[in-house]
Design a binder for this molecule. Structure first.
Ligand SMILES: C[S@@+](CC[C@H](N)C(=O)[O-])C[C@H]1O[C@@H](n2cnc3c(N)ncnc32)[C@H](O)[C@@H]1O
Length: 255
């Protein structure tokens, strides 16, 4: 199953990092109910106390890696975008944090090197990456990821008739659960799904969101203006412009 698209490529992320000076959106938004993002941070901090030598796969400009690194003995961030890694190195303040360019398909580490593998919306869930992430985890160590579910921004993708994972023949969350359960060298520790609503005050904020994330990977504001108008008409409530957020958090133990 092809779960992503253009954002599988290093060039796509380099271009985004150059345009945004890292991985940062400047749009305004608020989230109604629990998106799972805070729970993920809490889980990572708690696990780092027990599993202190950690690897963050798909760390982008290292913002999240830095935010949790103080809990770790050592934290390595990898990303296949040299532009993202350059930003991460420029902003490193934690002595225990290091960053390197590496493709998650072929990690430059020996077997059983880390206590904990973390990934916040990185590439770890797809089969080829999962196998490699498991390889570098110590037996008894854990892998924890927060990833995007198939319902994420479904209203927008329906209007665009395209976008990340749009039209995939399998339900991503079910395929992921089966994939994790079928691997004999790991044991499921946690699997949680979160569905909530994100609200944007204006259509300009939605345009900024789409320009700074892979939701609609080939989004171009001028060409896609008619779709933005449809979003404004169809997704506006009394609170603002609404979209579904769908996140999956999973944690497994390496046997
Ligand atoms: C959605 S961003 C997440 C960034 C970061 N974890 C955060 O939470 O801010 C996904 C990141 O994964 C990286 N990535 C995608 N495929 C990759 C691969 N095959 N190997 C290494 N990094 C990859 C991208 O370059 C991008 O920086």
């Amino acid at each position: 199953m092809r779960e992503h698209g253009e954002s599988d490529s290093q060039a796509w992320w380099d271009s985004l990092a150059n345009r945004l000076d890292g991985f940062q959106g400047t749009y305004q938004s608020s989230v109604i109910c629990d998106s799972g993002e805070d729970e993920f941070v809490r889980m990572i901090r708690e696990k780092l106390a027990q599993f202190p030598v950690a690897l963050d796969i798909g760390c982008a400009d290292g913002r999240f890696t830095h935010a949790v690194a103080s809990e770790a003995e050592s934290m390595t961030g990898v990303d296949f975008s040299p532009v993202m890694i350059e930003k991460a190195k420029q902003t490193t303040t934690n002595d225990n944090c290091s960053f390197m360019v590496a493709d998650a398909k072929r990690l430059p580490f020996p077997d059983h090197n880390f206590d904990l593998i973390i990934s916040r919306r990185g590439p770890v869930s797809a089969p080829v990456f999962l196998e490699e992430a498991i390889r570098v985890t110590k037996p008894g160590g854990q892998l924890v990821e927060i990833t995007i579910g198939e319902k994420d921004a479904c209203e927008f993708k329906e209007i665009f008739q395209r976008g990340q994972g749009y039209g995939a023949e399998q339900i991503r969350s079910m395929a992921l659960k089966k994939r994790l359960e079928d691997i004999p060298s790991i044991r499921m520790v946690a699997l949680h799904e979160y569905c909530c609503t994100a609200v944007y005050p204006s259509i300009e904020d939605v345009a900024l969101l789409l320009s700074s994330t892979p939701i609609i990977e080939d989004f171009e504001i001028e060409q896609d203006y008619p779709y933005l108008k449809q979003i404004e008409q169809r997704c506006t409530s009394s609170q603002g412009i609404e979209r579904t957020m769908h996140r999956i958090i999973w944690a497994v133990e390496r046997i």
